[in-house]
Design a binder for this molecule. Structure first.
Ligand code: PHE
Length: 361
C-alpha cells in the first residue's frame, strides 16, 4: 500500500502544482487516462484474489475519486484565474478618445437646416417635402405664375427632358423654389396647416453669391383668421432664435410675389462691428426673406375657400442664412468639397442643435 500512497502524494502534488489548464489536463491524462497510472492500478484488480480485492478495490477507487475531486477543484481555480487575467487585459478605458479620432463634419447647410427644424418644431411646425424634379403646374401655374408671366423669366428655369414626377402636370422642371411644396401640402392635407419645407432648388445662375443649386426653406401657415400680425410675430421669433440676438429689428417692405397678396420683403437690421456687418441694431439693412399672405387664387387652386381659410408663407435661402450666421463669404465654397473648408466650418456630429443647449455655434 505504500506504493499507492506515494502515487497519491505525487499526483496530488502535481495537481496542485499545475500552473495552467493545459498542465492540469496533462496530469489528468497521466493519472486517469486510458494509459494512466491509476487506470493501470484499477486494471490489476482483475488478477487479485477475492480477499486482496476486498482491500485494494475500495483503496484504488477511493484514490480515483479523490484525484477526480482534486482535479475539478484545481480546474475551477485555474479557470477563475484565467478569466481574471483576460478581464484585466481586455479592459477598455471608456474615457479615451476614439481612434484614429473623429473625422467627418456636419456641413453647415445640414446644421442650419437642423437648427431651423428645431426652432420651428417648437412653434408647432412639421417638416414637409416635395420632389426636386417638379412639374410646371406645381412650380408655376398653381402659384399664380401663368405661362406668359414675366416671373418665369426671372427664375432662370432648368427644364428637364423626358419624364417628370409621377402624375406630372405640364413639362418637368428642376424646382426653382420650395414654394411648390406649399401647393403639395395644401392639396394633400386639410387645414389647419403649419409646415416648413427645407430643400434643394435650382436656377441657371452662377457667381460668388449664386450657384445653380442652392437651398431654400419655405414656411406655410393656413388657418382661420390668419393676418400679417401672425406673420410678423413668427418671423421675429424665428430670426431672434436663429441669430441668438434679442435686439433684432425687422423691416417689412411691400413687395410683389405672384403667389402672395400682399407680398412683403423682410430686411434685418445690422450694425458694423469691427469692420464686419453683424445682425442687431439698425445702422444698415440686409434683405433676408420673401413672404406674404397666401394669394386667394393660390388657395382656390388648392381647393380651399379663401373666405374660410387664410394663411401666410415665407421663403428664404438656407445657404445665405448660414453665411450670415457663420461668416462665410463665398457661396461656391459650400459645394467644393474642400476638406480644409469642411473641417473649419463643419460641425461635430454630437453638436446637435437644441433650443435649450443653443442653436448656435
Ligand atoms: N419663392 C420665393 C422665392 O424663391 C420666396 C417666397 C416664398 C416669397 C413664400 C413669398 C412667399 O423667391
Amino acid at each position: 500500500m505504500t506504493e499507492t500512497e506515494t502515487l497519491r502524494t505525487d499526483l496530488l502534488a502535481a495537481i496542485d502544482g499545475a500552473a495552467d489548464l493545459t498542465a492540469l489536463e496533462a496530469v489528468r491524462v497521466a493519472a486517469l487516462g486510458k494509459a494512466g497510472q491509476v487506470t493501470a492500478l484499477l486494471k490489476t484488480l482483475g488478477g487479485m484474489t477475492a480477499e486482496q480485492r476486498q482491500v485494494a478495490g475500495p483503496a484504488f477507487n477511493g484514490l480515483r475519486e479523490e484525484l477526480s475531486a482534486a482535479l475539478a477543484a484545481r480546474k475551477a481555480v485555474l479557470e477563475a484565474a484565467a478569466l481574471e487575467a483576460r478581464l484585466a487585459t481586455e479592459r477598455l478605458d471608456m474615457s479615451l478618445p476614439v481612434l484614429p479620432g473623429p473625422r467627418g463634419t456636419v456641413h453647415p447647410i445640414s446644421q442650419v437646416m437642423d437648427e431651423l427644424a428645431e426652432i420651428f418644431a417648437d412653434l408647432g411646425f412639421a417638416v414637409a417635402e416635395g420632389p426636386e424634379i417638379e412639374d410646371d403646374w406645381h412650380n408655376f401655374t398653381a402659384l399664380n405664375i401663368p405661362e406668359e408671366h414675366p416671373a418665369r423669366a426671372m427664375h432662370d428655369t432648368f427644364y428637364v427632358t423626358g419624364g417628370g414626377p409621377a402624375g406630372a402636370n405640364g413639362r418637368a422642371v428642376l424646382r426653382t423654389h420650395t414654394s411648390p411644396v406649399q401647393i403639395r401640402t395644401m392639396m394633400g392635407q386639410a387645414p389647419p396647416i403649419r409646415i416648413i419645407a427645407p430643400g434643394r432648388v435650382y436656377r441657371s445662375d452662377s457667381d460668388a453669391t449664386h450657384t445653380p443649386m442652392f437651398h431654400q426653406i419655405e414656411g406655410l401657415v393656413i388657418d382661420r383668421g390668419i393676418t400679417l400680425a401672425h406673420l410678423r410675430w413668427t418671423l421675429e421669433t424665428f430670426i431672434k432664435a436663429f441669430f441668438e440676438v434679442d435686439d433684432v429689428t425687422l423691416r417689412f417692405r411691400p413687395s410683389y410675389f405672384p403667389f402672395t397678396e400682399p407680398g412683403v420683403e423682410v430686411d434685418v437690421g445690422c450694425s458694423w462691428q469691427g469692420g464686419r456687418l453683424s445682425i442687431g441694431g439698425s445702422e444698415s439693412w440686409m434683405e433676408i426673406l420673401g413672404s406674404g399672405m397666401v394669394h386667394p387664387k393660390v388657395l382656390r387652386n388648392c381647393g380651399l375657400d379663401p373666405e374660410e381659410w387664410q394663411g401666410f408663407a415665407f421663403g428664404t435661402g438656407v445657404d445665405r442664412l448660414a453665411m450670415l450666421k457663420y461668416g462665410m463669404t463665398d457661396l461656391r465654397a459650400f459645394f467644393d468639397g474642400d476638406l480644409r473648408w469642411l473641417r473649419h466650418y463643419g460641425f461635430g456630429a454630437l453638436d446637435v442643435p437644441t433650443l435649450s443647449g443653443g442653436v448656435g455655434a
